[in-house]
Structures are given as structure tokens and as C-alpha cells.
Design a protein around this ligand. Structure first.
Ligand SMILES: NC(=O)c1ccc[n+]([C@@H]2O[C@H](COP(=O)([O-])OP(=O)(O)OC[C@H]3O[C@@H](n4cnc5c(N)ncnc54)[C@H](OP(=O)(O)O)[C@@H]3O)[C@@H](O)[C@H]2O)c1
Length: 432
């Protein structure tokens, strides 16, 4: 194709994000053509049920249930995968690359698990895969990491990259909802799926962190190797105590380059109310990236939703069209990067402050015994409060100073052996 020509797009899936892409092409198609010199045309759309009503009305003949009508159609330049899941998305993307088509995808599960293999295949066939929408919805993150920050040695990333859990924690914090109530509200508004386990257990954030950290630290990662803790253990009491101590609770994705390797993981953490991440509310995402040259940068915006995500997909289609025009690919060749071996460190490699909520029988001397048990392992406490409850029970809430994780858990074991202490304390890291 040459400048001013039409780029024909085949879409695999027309649900939330696919509907957003179709809406953008209808609403902003001429604006896009004016700005870029490229006219995008939806040629064919794969769905399971062509009779279903869609967010945007398209001519009925555009729909198909036969994937080959998209991936093998010689007139289609760019295949956009918006089905989700691993299969058949992986097979269809591979088939499209073998048919010499550029691919755009928003599929974080697939890119986290099989991104390297698919990028390698794209390279072999002289094609490319664009995946900006797979992390952070409409927030530009992949492109800045690949281009704008490429001269930097990335030292640290920390952020909120799951909108569902952030919405739930926001409702618990600002509206005093309990976990179930906040989850129902998120489902009612479409911020949480009917089966929200991927979000709640931190897997969605782990997939996204795998993709981001792979680019930022120039290595290949497996999402199963990441420490991942979700938010189902966060109670309304934790939210209250955190606030009393000057914090809020957020699900954080953290990656830090240490001298001996890369520490990364996903976990709920107490965030100081004065930290910018504390005021990232609702379904919004934000991530800090620290480079050795630029220092700290912050990216903020809507991390999901039809139009924000589709905005990133359409930008990727335009990039694919530019690549088609110029014949220049967007990415470094595999082998030169991204296959780099890296030592993955557990999060315990990072010393941290810890928040602990203990249930105790309300007996004289318990408070002092808890403080002594921590002291015996040389874990010093920054704050400690006791709250009387009903039925002769009390809650003891404390925050440690910076401590090595191994030492911290040793001290917690000592505390757990105290006869007045009930099992299963609430424990969260505290963002430094
Ligand atoms: N939703 C978001 O806010 C968001 C944000 C960032 C990234 N993403 C990613 O974007 C992708 C799409 O998400 P979505 O929310 O748009 O999903 P969705 O609403 O569930 O839509 C999926 C679409 O794919 C079609 N489809 C699925 N399996 C198919 C199969 N085997 N054969 C034919 N068609 C099939 C469905 O057809 P029918 O309509 O006929 O059922 C539907 O149109 C996912 O990878 C997701 O992780 C989503």
C-alpha cells in the first residue's frame, strides 16, 4: 500500500473492545485519515454468534464464524485479535503471521505466556505484532518502554495495573463497603467479570507485569514464576486501620532491579496517603517507572474499558499500517534482546516495612508480649495500636520498621506461639 491508501482490517472478536474499535472507526475515521493519511476499513469480523446485537451496527455480511475468512483473506492487511484467552487466539495469530499479515492484539494472557514465541514467529515471517492495549488499556506504556525510554537502564517500576481491584479497594476505602458489596458494585458497572478470580487473585496484574517487565528489563519472564497475592484477604478493618495509621491499601505490581537479579511480584500494600498512588481511584491505573537517565516518570489513566482500550488498538493498527508502508519493523530482532537470562529474585529480596493485624484475647500483658516477641528477633516497631472488641477479644495492629522478610516471618512465628494470639494474622507490605 502507498500513502493515502486504504488498509483493510480483519477482526477476530467483536465484544467490548472490538465494539470500541468499530465505534472509533465510525466516529473518528475521517479524523484519523486526515491525521495519518491512512483510511482504515473493517473487511471481516469473526464472532461466535453473528445474530447477536452489537454496540455498533455493521453490514451483516461482514460477520463470519469461519476464522479462515479472516486469517486467509489475501485482501486483509492487518489482523486484530480481540477474542481473549489462549486458544484459539494463539493458533489464529500464528496462522495470520504465516499468511504475511501484521497482527494487533490486546490479549495480555496470551502475550504474557506466549509473547516470545509469537514475536519470534513474526520475525521469521518478516511481520510484527503490536500489543499496546494488552497493558494499561488506553495508557501508553508499551510504546514508551520500547521507544521513549529506550536509552535508560530501568531501575524500578511500581504501580496499580488492575482496574477491577482498584475499583473494589476504592469503594471499600471511600464508601466503607465490605469486600462482597464492593465486588457486586464492580460487577454491576461492568468493571468486574462474572468470574472475577483472575483479577481478584492478582493473575491479571501478574500477566501485565510480565509483559512490562520483559520490555523494561529486557528479558523473558514466565508469569507463573511471579509472587502473586490478590486482595481477597483485605478486610474492611484493614482499610480502617490503614487509614488511622496514615495509609490506604492498593494492589501493587512491583519490579526492582537488584545487584543480584530482578525482584518482582504483585501484592496488596499499604500506601502512604501522601503518595501519588494513594489518590489513584476507581478503575484508574498508574505506574511509576524509574530510569537511570530520566529519573521517575508516572503514567496515569483508564486501564480498561471499550473506548480507552480500543484507542490503543487503533493506534497499533495505524503503526502496523506505517510499517506496511515503509517496510520498517517496530521491534528489535529476537535473539538480540528479550531472550536475556535473568535471575528472578523472590520479593523477600527487598526489605520492607510490614503491617500486621492480630486477633488476641484481651488479657493483661498481651500487648507487651507481642512487642517483646518482635524485639527478640530485632524487628523494631514503628507504630502499634490496640483496639478492644467484643467477647473478650482485642485487635492489635502494628507497622514494623524496614526489615528483612525472613527475619520478619521468624518474629511473626514467635508471636503466633503466644497463647493469647489467634492464628492467621493479616499481613501486608508497606510501600516505602
Ligand atoms: N474489556 C476490557 O476493558 C479490556 C481491556 C484491556 C484488554 N482487554 C483484552 O481484550 C481482549 C478482548 O476483550 P473483550 O472484553 O472485548 O472480550 P469479550 O467482550 O468477551 O469479546 C470477545 C469476542 O470474541 C468473540 N469470540 C470469542 N471466542 C471466539 C471463538 N472461539 N470463535 C469466534 N469468536 C469468538 C466473541 O464472539 P461473540 O460476541 O459472538 O460471543 C466476542 O465477540 C481480551 O484479550 C482482553 O483481555 C480487554
Amino acid at each position: 500500500m502507498s500513502s493515502g491508501e486504504t488498509v483493510k482490517v480483519g477482526m477476530l472478536g467483536m465484544g467490548t473492545v472490538g465494539g470500541g474499535v468499530a465505534a472509533i472507526l465510525q466516529r473518528n475515521g475521517s479524523l484519523l485519515a486526515r491525521k495519518t493519511g491512512i483510511k482504515l476499513e473493517l473487511q471481516r469480523v469473526l464472532v461466535r454468534d453473528p445474530s447477536r446485537r452489537r454496540a455498533v451496527d455493521l453490514p451483516p455480511q461482514i460477520y463470519t464464524t469461519d476464522p479462515e475468512m479472516v486469517v486467509k483473506d489475501p485482501s486483509i492487511d492487518v489482523v486484530v485479535e480481540l477474542m481473549g484467552g489462549i486458544e484459539p487466539a494463539r493458533t489464529l495469530i500464528s496462522a495470520a503471521l504465516k499468511e504475511n499479515k501484521f497482527v494487533v492484539t490486546a490479549n495480555k494472557d496470551l502475550m504474557a505466556r506466549h509473547g516470545q514465541e509469537l514475536l519470534q514467529l513474526a520475525y521469521c515471517y518478516g511481520e510484527d505484532i503490536f500489543f499496546e492495549a494488552s497493558v494499561g488499556g488506553g495508557i501508553p506504556l508499551i510504546r514508551p518502554l520500547k521507544h521513549c525510554l529506550v536509552a535508560n537502564r530501568i531501575e524500578r517500576m511500581v504501580g496499580i495495573i488492575n482496574g477491577t481491584t482498584n475499583y473494589i479497594l476504592t469503594r471499600m476505602s471511600l464508601d466503607d463497603m465490605d469486600f462482597q458489596e464492593a465486588l457486586s458494585k464492580a460487577q454491576e458497572l461492568g468493571f468486574a467479570e462474572a468470574d472475577p478470580s483472575n483479577d481478584l487473585e492478582g493473575r491479571d496484574a501478574a500477566y501485565k507485569l510480565t509483559i512490562l517487565a520483559g520490555l523494561a528489563f529486557d528479558c523473558s519472564l514466565n508469569p507463573d514464576d511471579l509472587f502473586t497475592q490478590g486482595i481477597s484477604g483485605v478486610t474492611r478493618a484493614d482499610i480502617h486501620y490503614a487509614r488511622e495509621l496514615g495509609y490506604t491499601i492498593k494492589l501493587l505490581a512491583v519490579a526492582e532491579q537488584m545487584p543480584t537479579g530482578l525482584a518482582l511480584g504483585v501484592h496488596p500494600a499499604l500506601v502512604p496517603l501522601t503518595h501519588p498512588l494513594a489518590t489513584v481511584y476507581d478503575e484508574f491505573n498508574a505506574i511509576f517507572i524509574k530510569g537511570d537517565l530520566i529519573g521517575e516518570t508516572m503514567f496515569y489513566g483508564r486501564g480498561a474499558g471499550a473506548l480507552p482500550t480500543a484507542s490503543a488498538v487503533v493506534a497499533d493498527i495505524i503503526d502496523a499500517a506505517y510499517s506496511l508502508q515503509s517496510g520498517v519493523k517496530d521491534r528489535p530482532s529476537p535473539g538480540k534482546s528479550n531472550n536475556r537470562k535473568i535471575t528472578l529474585l523472590p520479593l523477600s529480596a527487598l526489605s520492607s516495612r510490614f503491617y500486621v493485624r492480630l486477633q488476641a484475647r484481651d488479657l493483661p500483658g498481651v500487648f507487651g508480649a507481642v512487642a517483646t516477641a518482635f524485639g527478640e528477633e530485632e524487628v523494631s516497631l514503628d507504630m502499634i495500636i490496640q483496639k478492644r472488641k467484643t467477647n473478650g477479644m482485642a485487635e492489635i495492629v502494628l507497622v514494623t520498621h524496614d526489615v528483612n522478610e525472613e527475619r520478619f516471618y521468624r518474629s511473626l512465628k514467635r508471636v503466633a506461639r503466644l497463647p493469647a494470639i489467634e492464628p492467621e494474622p493479616g499481613v501486608f507490605r508497606v510501600l516505602g
